[in-house]
Design a binder for this molecule. Structure first.
Ligand code: CDP
Ligand code: CDP
Length: 229
């Protein structure tokens, strides 16, 4: 078996990070941590409470007092905010449209990054997001930067959403491009490829191929470790 390591998976929206990260974790018997779900849950809560991202004092106060719990489940992980399950509300277009505005606020990033680091202390974690390899877990043993063309990513999202929400492919493409722009250009821990990450373009790869590629990186890392000992 593998020595327990941490795996960081970053990349733009719709690249396949969460689907793949969950399966990699399953394959390795690791814990999967979806950091995007945490930013989404905070966004849902702030929107419901009517707290705008630019309302600094209010945001700070709310984030300080917030109880955030991550409950790992079989298929999805649940996020509880102050004892309320946010999970059913976090994938809506409304939350997707606002999450990058809250994700750029310093006190929100500080709080969530700290929780994420704590979850990875014991190793054996697969964590996906935007700044995991660069900021949250710069010492992760395996780092993957997963991409695909914006057209392919929008198409993947469209297939997922078309029966649930009234949305066009073109609109999804615009939403995704706009979110990527905001995530790449914010001041604090923007979406960037870590220099020591493996670049994985998944445009023409299916899910299993991507999972296999990452698992094999993990196993070869583990073999390399043993040779050093
Ligand atoms: O699933 P999708 O790629 O659409 O997004 P997500 O991973 O659920 O993340 C939603 C948003 O949260 C991103 O667009 C970022 O604005 C923010 N986020 C972040 O800033 N840092 C992370 N580590 C994870 C997500
Ligand atoms: O987490 P992220 O936003 O990066 O992407 P995701 O939510 O895991 O994946 C978006 C959609 O693309 C899901 O419906 C996946 O099943 C699909 N997908 C795919 O068709 N081919 C891949 N190689 C990876 C994901």
């Amino acid at each position: 078996t593998l020595d327990r390591i941490n795996v960081a998976i970053d990349g733009p929206a719709g690249a396949g990070k969460s689907t793949v990260a969950r399966m990699v974790a399953q394959e390795l018997s690791y814990i999967y941590v979806d950091t995007g779900a945490m930013y989404r849950a905070v966004t849902w809560y702030m929107l419901r409470e009517g707290i705008k991202p630019e309302d600094h004092d209010n945001v700070l106060q709310t984030v300080r007092n917030m109880v955030i719990e991550l409950i790992p489940g079989k298929d999805t992980q649940s996020v509880m905010i102050n004892g309320e399950d946010a999970t059913p509300h976090i994938r809506t277009l409304q939350v997707s449209g606002m999450v990058s505005q809250y994700a750029k606020v310093e006190c929100i990033r500080t709080r969530l990054s700290q929780l994420q680091r704590e979850m990875a202390l014991a190793k054996g974690v697969v964590m996906d997001g935007r700044d995991i390899g660069t900021t949250v877990l710069p010492d992760a043993e395996v780092k993957i930067f997963m991409t695909a063309t914006v057209e392919e990513r929008a198409l993947r999202r469209y297939k997922e959403l078309k029966d649930k929400e009234q949305v066009s492919l073109k609109q999804l493409e615009n939403d995704i491009a706009q979110r990527d722009f905001l995530d790449q250009n914010r001041e604090i821990s923007p979406l960037r490829r870590a220099e020591d990450s493996v670049l994985l373009d998944t445009t023409s790869m299916d899910i299993l191929q991507v999972v296999e590629t990452i698992v094999s990186h993990c196993r070869s890392y583990a073999r390399g470790e043993r040779n050093h000992l």
